[in-house]
Design a binder for this molecule. Structure first.
Ligand SMILES: Nc1ncnc2c1ncn2[C@@H]1O[C@H](COP(=O)(O)OP(=O)(O)OP(=O)(O)O)[C@@H](O)[C@H]1O
Length: 635
């Protein structure tokens, strides 16, 4: 059965309160209707601030229109006409491509597109995935660079235009019915912009995708790839119709297109009042370039162009210009039928695979970081070398415990840049309904834990015996485990901060502050019991560094005996109150008692740390959902 759909948004209005007024509102979009058909490309144009992005957000249900607006996808089938669509339907059938390319730099072009499809359509066989990816890459002209990496700060990858096409391919590979593109060509030169739009058009025509794109100053060649164009000024429609009709419209409006200017440029000049005060030059006037958005709108509304635009969407027809449109994928079954649990397991699996690939290839982010932990181990090993059993080295030992916990935890800030890259990809993919925050966090945790374990082992192996910490396998593994818990807790804290504040310098500063704060109330610089009561009863008891420090102190000091070397007039003076002055020794237990951490319980303290980590991870899911807006709640 052949079917033609019409996407219709009618009478969209959106306003915001005007600050410092009594309930006054400013209309950013004023009674705008937009239509689209499969295989057609609609360009939304207008001067800066005209409301293009706002309109696209409304169409994607990222903003809510005011009462009276209606959005519908009319399926002109035998018995169904004008099915109203809501946000959840829209999320299933559409894909929104934002201005920025959020891609993982170490993946190849093919991998990036393939992961998008696997996350979207779990039930597809490997063969179908391969074929589909191949088809999309060919359609968007990325075949020749399919095995090239996207690019990282240390290895140049594909060009800006190719990146834009990868982003578009990631969206188009998931069988969207509607593709919304926000300034897809911004930052590209005219050749690259034409290539991007041409690639999108090829697939849109072949697969019957409705494409709506906001676009700035396209060249004539690029604009001619669009079927229709919609001009906005101050949130109002000033022209909507076929690209080919624009020239005629301007003639009838008595503002014919001057020489060497394209119809689109001319229209933009007429709608742009930003510089009308200063640049209304004689020459402009001579060329008919005078701001006249209101006149153009009135002329458009009373002209046959407006009637044609509306009427052409009121009845079924083939795509304009004789282009062949593909048969659209039916609404139901687009996202397949899979239980929530199955989808969670699948998405966690695919995201873990992708994350592991990212870790293993990202030398700058993860290799340097692992090396840094090894370097810190080397520093400790060579500075605190062979501490021995003199009581004068007890404080040095305590500083080893503190340094290991506090500085390794502190260095978790090194993970922020790579996390922000992953977060941007999460943001794009989850807002387009590929998966939610939970599988992302689970996958991130699954891949992050072994990496952090490796870093902890690396650090510990390098310095443990060189310093001369407690001999034996059990104390060694305890040191490793307790340090690992601290590093995992620190990492968990950092990702929550970076999820909430995805600005590198801000996340770095806040994470550094938090770690400095935990150091201050941990009981090392100031004995816990000497802390002001407020800090002791509040943050000291929530401090993951404190628990790790106490666990490591107990594990290492328990059972050690130190010789007191300070003998004055035959009397023995020890660095800490001793329970065995007659032997002129002080035990590790004496030190623990003096510091009031002898009551440390391995199991309880470890359980508290695991609890802190779990709470941080839950907060991580919450903060991703919060920072991502509403979309994650829809599936
Ligand atoms: N939440 C908001 N509150 C107040 N004003 C807003 C809000 N969002 C957008 N605006 C204003 O609405 C107008 C339209 O913004 P929008 O981003 O949609 O324009 P645009 O046509 O996409 O501009 P550009 O081409 O420069 O990106 C602008 O003047 C902008 O400052």
């Amino acid at each position: 059965m052949s079917s033609t759909s019409i996407l219709a948004y009618e009478h969209l209005t959106f306003s915001v309160p005007v600050p410092n007024t009594r309930g006054e509102r400013k209309k950013l979009i004023d009674d705008v209707s937009v239509y689209g058909r499969p295989g057609e490309l609609l360009a939304i144009m207008g001067p800066s601030g005209a409301g293009k992005s706002t309109l696209l957000d409304l169409m994607a249900f990222r903003k809510s229109p005011e009462d009276g607006a209606k959005a519908s996808l009319s399926f002109l089938l035998i018995h169904l006409n004008g099915t109203p669509i809501d946000a959840s339907v829209m999320h299933k059938i559409s894909n929104f491509v934002e201005q920025e390319d959020a891609l993982l730099g170490v993946l190849t072009v093919r991998e990036s597109v393939e992961y998008a499809l696997r996350l979207h359509s779990p039930w597809l066989s490997r063969k179908i995935v391969r074929e589909r990816v191949e088809r999309v890459l060919t359609a968007v002209g990325l075949q020749s660079c399919a095995e090239q990496h996207i690019g990282t700060p240390i290895s140049r990858g594909i060009s800006g235009g190719q990146k834009r096409r990868v982003t578009a391919a990631c969206a188009m590979v998931t069988y969207p019915r509607i593709l919304l593109l926000d300034e897809i060509t911004s930052g590209l030169d005219s050749t690259a912009a034409r290539e991007v739009i041409s690639a999108i058009r090829t697939l849109a025509v072949a697969e019957g995708i409705i494409v709506v794109a906001t676009i700035h100053q396209p060249s004539m060649e690029t604009l001619s790839l669009f079927t229709n164009v919609h001009f906005l000024s101050h949130g109002k429609t000033c022209f909507s119709g076929k690209v080919d009709d624009l020239d005629l419209f301007l003639q009838r409006f008595s503002r014919p297109v001057p020489k060497f200017v394209t119809p689109a440029e001319h229209t933009m000049n007429l709608l742009n009042d930003d510089f009308s005060q200063t640049s209304g030059s004689e020459q402009d006037r001579a060329n008919g370039i005078v701001y006249c958005a209101n006149e153009m709108r009135d002329f458009y509304l009373s002209s046959e162009f407006s009637r044609i635009a509306t009427a052409s969407f009121a009845s079924p027809s083939t795509s304009a210009g004789g282009t062949r449109t593909g048969t659209p994928v039916p609404l139901d079954g687009i996202n397949g039928d899979m239980s929530y649990l199955m989808k969670l397991v699948w998405n966690t699996y695919v995201l873990s695979e992708r994350s592991a690939k990212n870790y293993s290839r990202n030398l700058l982010a993860y290799g340097v970081r692992a090396g840094m932990y090894g370097g810190m181990g080397f520093m400790l090993a060579t500075i605190w070398i062979r501490l021995g059993d003199a009581d004068s080295t007890i404080n040095d030992r305590l500083s080893v415990y503190f340094y290991s916990v506090a500085f390794l935890a502190f260095m978790s800030v090194a993970g922020i840049p790579s996390f922000l890259e992953e977060r941007a990809v999460f943001h794009r993919e989850s807002r387009n309904g590929l998966y939610t925050a939970l599988p992302f966090v689970l996958a991130n945790t699954l891949v992050n834990l072994p990496f952090l374990f490796f870093c902890t082992v690396f650090f510990t192996v390098v310095c443990y015996w060189a310093i001369g910490l407690h001999n034996g396998a059990v104390p060694f593994f305890r040191f490793l485990a307790f340090l690992y818990l601290a590093i995992v807790a620190a990492e968990s804290q950092v990702v929550v901060i970076a999820a909430l504040i995805p600005i590198f310098v801000a996340a770095l500063a806040i994470s550094a502050f938090m770690n400095g704060f935990w150091m201050s109330v941990g009981g090392y610089f100031i004995k816990a019991e000497s802390l002001p009561r407020f800090w002791y009863f509040s943050f000291h008891n929530l401090d993951y560094q404190r628990f790790s420090f106490e666990l490591i102190s107990k594990s290492d000091l328990d059972g050690l005996v130190f010789k007191c070397n300070n003998i004055i007039n035959g009397s023995c003076f020890c660095a800490y109150p001793s329970s065995t002055p007659e032997l002129c020794t002080v035990s590790g237990d004496d030190v623990l008692k003096y510091l009031k951490i002898d009551g440390t319980s391995y199991s309880k303290w470890s359980a508290i740390m695991v609890g802190i980590i779990v709470i941080y991870r839950i907060a991580y899911v919450r903060s991703l959902v919060t920072s991502n807006g509403y979309r994650s709640f829809f599936h």
